[in-house]
Design a protein around this ligand. Structure first.
Ligand code: NI
Length: 230
């Protein structure tokens, strides 16, 4: 499943994020990639524990926590601290990231806790009109999905997918990226729960709370109870 979520950041948060990104310091992105991915990775990143990175994390994580759609789709158990990357510009001409699969297990740099990367997330921080190229291309069960979203929007996709970022041939593309270990390991089960939650939300909007929505909400939670690992 791939899900696009609009307006995760407010315009004020975006502006603050951009001023933090402008501070840097930007380093070679290969430092955090596995062997296969490092061979095809040509971008820049903020070091995970730098001051700007920490301030950006403190801005992005609460924005995710207040987003009901993100919660419903991701059912997060553990979130790796968001990282920040940059493609293009003088320091990284034609910046790109060739086809790769993200490592299945990553370690939280703060706690050293192992996190299974069930889902990958990219939060776009640059306006699409400010750069050419830079599309995120994800091999999905339904074929290749090409994603280039407005600043402040995010895309959530399955961690198992082969994906790449096309070369940025003009301007600079900046984004936050991170991984989620879900309470529900199975992609198919997460999808069923998400579909049910969305249908329930629409039912409530149309008819208010009824005996049927209460019963279905119970059915949702009983599935979540059955399928989740805490
Ligand atoms: Ni990746």
């Amino acid at each position: 499943m791939m899900l696009k979520i609009p307006d995760v950041l407010t315009p004020e948060e975006l502006q603050r994020a951009r001023s933090l990104l402008a501070q840097g310091p930007w380093v070679d992105g290969r430092t955090t990639a596995g062997v296969q991915a490092a061979a095809v990775k040509h971008n820049l990143q903020l070091p995970p524990r730098c001051e700007a990175g920490r301030a950006l994390q403190a801005l992005v994580v609460p924005a995710l926590e207040r987003n009901a759609l993100f919660f419903s789709a991701a059912l997060p158990k553990r979130l790796l601290p968001p990282m920040f990357n940059r493609y293009g510009g003088d320091a990284n001409p034609d910046g790109h990231y060739g086809a790769h699969v993200d490592q299945a297990i990553r370690y939280n740099p703060e706690t050293r806790q192992a996190v299974r990367t069930d889902q990958s997330c990219t939060l776009f921080l640059s306006d699409p009109c400010d750069y050419d190229g830079g599309e995120l291309q994800v091999q999905d069960t339904f074929g290749e999905q090409i994603v280039k979203l407005p600043a402040g929007h995010l895309v959530l996709y399955c961690g198992t997918s082969v994906h790449c970022v096309a070369p940025v041939t003009r301007g600079v593309r900046q984004a936050a990226f991170f991984w989620i270990e879900s309470l529900v390991r199975s992609e198919a089960q997460r999808r069923l729960l998400f579909d049910m939650d969305m249908a329930l939300m629409r039912l409530r909007e149309r008819h208010g709370e009824t005996d049927e929505t209460v019963a279905l909400t119970g059915a949702y939670h009983n599935r979540l109870r059955l399928w989740s690992e805490t």
